[in-house]
Design a protein around this ligand. Structure first.
Ligand code: GTP
Ligand code: MG
Length: 249
């Protein structure tokens, strides 16, 4: 049936009344924690550095191709913000993004190049290793480190070494970095398999493990709520280089 042969729509007067918009005061409240703005700010490759730290940062680490960049896109609900790809080794720099929630809370999100990608030259791997380690050791505003693992593979040697590295890199100048483990690509296995895999990881590490999928969005709300909590709970959550509030005239 084409447009012309379609019967005319019935007037609503004949049927039940359409629901009226709720009066202003009764509108469904918008989620104050929802990220309403996200943007790329800066990048650093070996030999260059990020801008000086100004606010709480959440970094994302994990093996190449595990889904770090996809997770950031999912978290900020912006499909194309961060470049992703089917082959490992897509992210080749430290990329810094800014995300602002509706309530004004602002966070810096750091997408790290993946590790464990054997096809890189040894020199390149060393340079990147130094870059990432330098960031994790020295970034004074680093509040949380999200370590992504493939739910089907679990924690591997590289991941455990990273956890140990961050724990040992405690700095008197900053609060301990909160480590959050995310078991991603949960959509690739059934819900109950994913649940038991995350539970096993939680048991073996003694840490919270969140099941996640960038395809279905599973775990997004839980992860964001946790990251907000751990980030805002640290003194670094507020700007280090704060603009002084203007005095009222
Ligand atoms: N099924 C499924 N695929 C995913 C998920 N997350 C990421 N992918 C896919 O996995 C591939 C790698 O994703 P990226 O986000 O680029 O991975 P990355 O960890 O940033 O990779 P590098 O930058 O190379 O370290 C892409 O093809 C994504 O579409 C997920 O939750 N489920
Ligand atoms: Mg990436």
């Amino acid at each position: 049936m084409n447009e012309k042969t379609k019967p005319a729509k019935k007037t609503p007067a004949a049927g039940p009344k359409p629901k009226a918009a709720p009066p202003d005061g009764k509108k469904k409240a918008l989620d104050p924690k929802q990220i309403v703005h996200a943007d790329f700010l800066a990048a650093a490759a070996p030999g260059s550095s990020l801008p000086a730290p100004t606010m709480a940062e959440i970094a994302f680490a994990g093996r190449s191709n595990v889904g770090k960049s996809s997770l950031i896109n999912t978290l900020v609900e912006r499909k194309g913000l961060v470049r992703t790809g089917a082959t490992p080794g897509v992210t080749r720099q430290i990329n810094l993004f800014e995300a602002r929630a509706r309530d004004g809370a602002t966070f810096h999100l750091i997408d790290l190049p993946g590790y464990g990608y054997a096809k890189r030259s040894k020199a390149e791997r060393t340079a990147w290793g130094d870059l990432i380690e330098g960031y994790l050791r020295g970034r004074i505003t680093l509040a949380a480190l999200v370590i992504l693992v493939d739910v089907r593979r679990g924690l591997e040697e590289d991941d455990l070494e990273l956890i140990q590295f961050v724990e040992e890199a405690r700095d008197v100048q900053r609060r301990p970095v909160e480590i959050v483990i995310v078991a991603t690509k949960a959509d690739k296995i059934g819900r109950s398999a994913s649940r038991s895999a995350t539970a096993a990881m939680a048991k073996s590490t003694g840490r919270k493990v969140i099941g996640f999928s960038s395809v279905t969005g599973e775990g997004r709300a839980e992860l964001w709520a946790l990251l907000r909590k751990v980030t805002l709970g640290t003194p670094e959550a507020t700007s280090v280089v704060k603009d002084p509030e203007p005095e009222p005239a």
